[in-house]
Design a protein around this ligand. Structure first.
Ligand SMILES: CC(C)(COP(=O)(O)OP(=O)(O)OC[C@H]1O[C@@H](n2cnc3c(N)ncnc32)[C@H](O)[C@@H]1OP(=O)(O)O)[C@@H](O)C(=O)NCCC(=O)NCCS
Length: 123
């Protein structure tokens, strides 16, 4: 289950391509950044040799924090996202964009509740 830096490097183009859908898309440096217990709790899923899902996590206080989670279009709704979440220990945290209602509903369906709300004002 544990991933390696070598795997991240090998599939870097696919990670960057899949992540490019997010407004705050990660680059190579982001994906390779050292974070506490990152390789232990992050996951990659393949279909044949192609990357179809990834989840990048690290340990934050008592929680495993999900920094990125994504399932490739065409492979969604098949339980892969749930499998990724289920592979983690009990205490899990994450931030989700309030406008990403599909992801928000996915987390609620998987037992998450809202504990914080980040508010912003731009003049
Ligand atoms: C969100 C995402 C990771 C979910 O992965 P997935 O593999 O499609 O989800 P699953 O098939 O494991 O769904 C598990 C359960 O979550 C719920 N769910 C999943 N997608 C949902 C959606 N779009 N709306 C409502 N509920 C949803 C369902 O209840 C589902 O259970 P079911 O099979 O009984 O219907 C995936 O859709 C994705 O990559 N989205 C784009 C990237 C993204 O927004 N990532 C999150 C950033 S915070």
């Amino acid at each position: 289950m544990v991933i390696t830096k070598k795997q991240l490097n090998k599939h870097m183009n696919e990670l960057i391509e899949l992540d490019s859908q997010f407004p705050d898309a990660w680059n190579k440096k982001n994906f390779l950044m050292d974070l506490p217990s990152k390789l232990k709790y992050s996951r990659l899923i393949f279909h044949t040799t192609n990357l179809i899902a990834y989840m990048i996590c690290s340990k934050k206080e008592d929680y495993i924090h999900i920094h990125r989670i994504c399932v490739r279009e065409g492979f969604r709704g098949m339980g892969l996202g749930k499998n990724l979440l289920d592979s983690l220990p009990n205490k899990v945290s994450l931030c989700v964009d309030i406008n990403n209602s599909a992801a928000f509903d996915f987390y609620v369906a998987n037992g998450f509740t809202t504990t914080h709300c980040l508010m912003r004002k731009e003049k």
